[in-house]
Design a protein around this ligand. Structure first.
Ligand SMILES: Cc1cc2nc3c(=O)[nH]c(=O)nc-3n(C[C@H](O)[C@H](O)[C@H](O)COP(=O)(O)OP(=O)(O)OC[C@H]3O[C@@H](n4cnc5c(N)ncnc54)[C@H](O)[C@@H]3O)c2cc1C
Ligand code: SF4
Ligand code: SF4
Length: 424
């Protein structure tokens, strides 16, 4: 934990700053592979077993690592509303898939899947890099390049568990044509920086879609929720965190055909206590580096049984064109919203960004390695917090540093070895 400049991937992981995006494993496939450490998340572990946790790998991958650094390029926030506190925003829409099955199955309105599938069926992309439940273990996620409508909509639904879409950017780089990439905001930030390092990748990017994200809970947390339903996680053959309604229920089906479920609110309430540390100091929860950022339009109370809707932030001209074509071709329906619906939809995310400013300040004062954020204004949001929240964001962080043992490497040697053995 001495490397405050975070000059290696091992130092990023040791400092509890890894998001689990997987871009370092894509850039250094001979040195690093992603593996799920059930207590924390997916982490890049050196392929050759080494002692001392996840240290050892270095070189170029750190320059693409979103855990270490996020930066909007000069001019990206020119004309952005709210002083750039929500990133670049060209327009805001509320949309839903016109395929009723997909709309029902999707997390919100199935718009991420509808836009992705439309890219392929319209010929503007040959595939969609996305994550889905692993075929042989529904508590784990796998990254795939889906190429058909059925495959793409089959991956619909949020998975509130570790996933590393960027570990398979090689599939995009080697594809015969342009591809769409779906991921969390940190994943998409990594796609952007990886494209700067690898022009062959950048040439293959047709569109990037960032889903809103308040944080990734660990696999162990999912196991706890399943156990609280009286089900053994090892017996689970299907796991859905939401969907089949809006927001839908957390549901499991066992190999023996039994099923159990709980509300979205209860499951998220339990999962959220086990988010990785980097998520608590994340400034980008809405996909600021993507062409389109998509989440929930929770600016009003939902009616019982209401069909799902997705909130779409248009962030680039490429995103605007993709959404316009999908609306014109009738695969999504919807309408533009006034920009203030963005803050009203996600008030928690606005105060979180303010708190992040205070948390980072405390980390630096305590001499802990901290990520660098450029072009991501947050001080004003911190200033707007109540006195109590200001104190919590700073003093509370001091307490969390001790409770989470942030001065110790995040993954011990034994845990790394076990994760390697269960690697997928
Ligand atoms: C960990 C997590 C936290 C979230 N937090 C918020 C939040 O605070 N506020 C909010 O409004 N929305 C949040 N969402 C997003 C929200 O749940 C929906 O995904 C979003 O509203 C889009 O819905 P949709 O119906 O249009 O997408 P769908 O059509 O259902 O498609 C979802 C897409 O997301 C991909 N995906 C699912 N899980 C992951 C993952 N873990 N990593 C990478 N890709 C994934 C799938 O492969 C699929 O392509 C979160 C999602 C996740 C996974
Ligand atoms: S955040 Fe991504 S690039 Fe950085 S260490 Fe973690 S997996 Fe690697
Ligand atoms: S909260 Fe931020 S760092 Fe954590 S998974 Fe979501 S986008 Fe990545």
């Amino acid at each position: 934990m001495k490397d405050r400049s975070l000059s290696t991937i091992g130092a990023v992981v040791d400092a509890h700053l890894c998001t689990g995006c997987g871009v370092c494993a894509y850039l250094r496939p001979d040195e690093l592979a992603m593996a799920d450490v059930p207590r924390v998340g997916r982490r890049p572990l050196p392929i050759a077993a080494v002692t001392g946790g996840a240290g050892g790998a270095g070189g170029n991958p750190v320059t693409a690592c979103p855990g270490r650094r996020l930066e909007h390029p000069a001019g990206a926030l020119d004309g952005a509303p709210y002083g750039g506190e929500w990133g670049p925003v060209l327009a805001l829409y509320e949309c839903w898939s016109t395929d009723p099955d997909l709309r029902h199955r999707g997390s919100s309105g199935g718009v991420v899947s509808a836009l992705s599938a439309h890219g392929v069926t319209s010929g503007s992309a040959v595939g969609v890099l996305q994550i889905q439940a692993a075929k042989d273990d529904p508590l784990q996620n796998e990254t795939v390049l889906n190429r058909t409508y059925e495959q793409i909509v089959g991956a619909a639904g949020s998975r509130y568990s570790p996933a590393s879409p960027c570990e398979r950017l090689d599939l995009v780089e080697e594809a015969e044509g342009p591809c769409i990439v779906v991921g969390k905001p940190c994943d998409i930030a990594a796609v952007r920086t990886a494209g700067e390092l690898r022009p062959a990748l950048a040439e293959r990017l047709a569109l990037t879609i960032g889903i809103f994200c308040a944080g990734t809970p660990s696999t162990a947390a999912t196991g706890q929720v399943i156990r609280s339903l009286g089900v053994d996680p090892a017996e689970v053959s299907r796991l859905d965190y939401r969907g089949e309604g809006w927001p839908g229920r957390f549901r499991v089906v066992t190999a023996g055909g039994d099923s159990a479920s709980t509300t979205y609110e209860k499951s998220w309430g339990a999962l959220t206590k086990h988010r990785q540390w980097r998520c608590l100091i994340c400034p980008d929860h809405t996909g600021e580096f993507a062409d389109l950022g998509i989440g929930d339009p929770w600016y009003r109370k939902l009616q019982e049984g209401e069909s799902g809707r997705s909130l779409v932030i248009v962030r680039t001209e490429r995103g605007r064109a993709a959404l316009a074509t999908a609306l014109a071709d009738g695969v999504v329906a919807g309408h533009e919203l006034p920009l203030e619906r963005l803050r009203e939809s996600q008030p928690g995310l606005e105060s979180t960004r303010g708190a992040v400013w205070g948390r980072l300040l405390t980390m630096r004062l305590l001499g802990l390695p901290a990520p660098t954020y450029r072009g991501m204004p947050a001080f004003r949001l911190w200033w707007k917090l109540s006195l109590r929240d200001k104190v919590t964001s700073t003093g509370g962080t001091w307490r969390r540093v001790r409770a989470r043992r942030l001065r110790r490497p995040e993954v011990g040697a034994q845990e790394a070895q076990e994760a390697r053995e269960g690697r997928r």
